[in-house]
Design a protein around this ligand. Structure first.
Ligand SMILES: C[S@@+](CC[C@H](N)C(=O)[O-])C[C@H]1O[C@@H](n2cnc3c(N)ncnc32)[C@H](O)[C@@H]1O
Length: 240
């Protein structure tokens, strides 16, 4: 059965929201406040990427925002050529400015929907995608993007994903939504928690961890690894 996404935010609405939210995504130490364990998942994804590809040269950051994940990656493997993708030009401008200060490698920006990425085959050692795949809507979107990443990675390269997730069981989903609400309430109170839940309901279509692990397997990834899961957030990846 097809899910109806007609009431969800359009790409233009998502782009406009992020155009106006650059500063919130520019703190390398804290990462994104609404993400549980944000500094830990950033550390684990970039450390996994380094262990898998210590001599990496080419990095792609999908939905890079202001560049936090790429900056963290450059602190572990300097001088990478960095390809930065995002829907939002203000995000990309900020990311380019910050990333160019930290690498002598080439910095390339691609302002486009990740579904439209036209990437070279067998080119990247590392692909990072943090808090962004949850904007994908249909099964076809998810498979298209995961396949593009697979084809664009060199054999032995890896994708590292950190994202909001759902759960396949309705009751377990409720359990972790409740836990997430409590977490948000301790950060900013009940009104803040509801605000975050409202924008997730309007803007996001996350998938479960098992859905994404199965999809990584389906598009061809050889080794699939879970780095961390806490409540509605997970860090995981696949090695080609
Ligand atoms: C929550 S932010 C995360 C930014 C960054 N990855 C980080 O962890 O700091 C999500 C980013 O994904 C971008 N984005 C949303 N939908 C996208 C799409 N379809 N294609 C490319 N980027 C997208 C947004 O513009 C935004 O900058």
């Amino acid at each position: 059965m097809k899910t109806d996404h007609s009431q969800k935010a359009t790409n233009d609405e998502i782009k406009t929201r992020f155009d106006n939210d650059v500063e919130r995504f520019s703190n390398l130490e804290s990462g994104q406040q609404t993400t549980i364990d944000a500094p830990l998942t950033m550390e684990l994804c970039t450390e996994a990427a380094k262990y898998i590809a210590p001599h990496a040269k080419e990095l792609l950051d999908i939905g890079c925002g202001a560049g936090n994940y790429t900056l963290k990656m450059l602190s572990k493997i300097p001088e990478l050529n960095c390809t930065l993708n995002d829907l939002s030009m203000p995000m990309l401008e900020k990311a380019k400015e910050r990333v160019s200060e930290k690498t002598n490698g080439q910095v390339t920006v691609i302002q486009d929907d990740m579904r439209n990425l036209d990437l070279p085959d067998n080119h990247f050692d590392i692909v990072l995608a943090a808090a962004t795949f949850h904007h994908l809507r249909t099964d076809e979107d998810w498979e298209l993007v995961f396949s593009k990443v697979y084809n664009a990675l060199k054999p032995g390269g890896g994708i590292w994903i950190s994202d909001l997730i759902t759960h396949d069981s309705e009751l377990i989903n409720k359990l972790f939504e409740d836990k997430y609400r409590t977490y948000l309430e301790t950060l900013g109170g009940t009104v803040y928690a509801q605000k975050v839940f409202d924008y997730i309901a309007y803007e996001d279509t996350p998938r479960s961890l098992s859905y994404q692990l199965n999809l990584l397997n389906k598009v061809g990834f050889k080794a699939i690894e879970v780095l961390h899961k806490n409540s509605c957030f997970a860090a995981f990846g696949g090695i080609k």
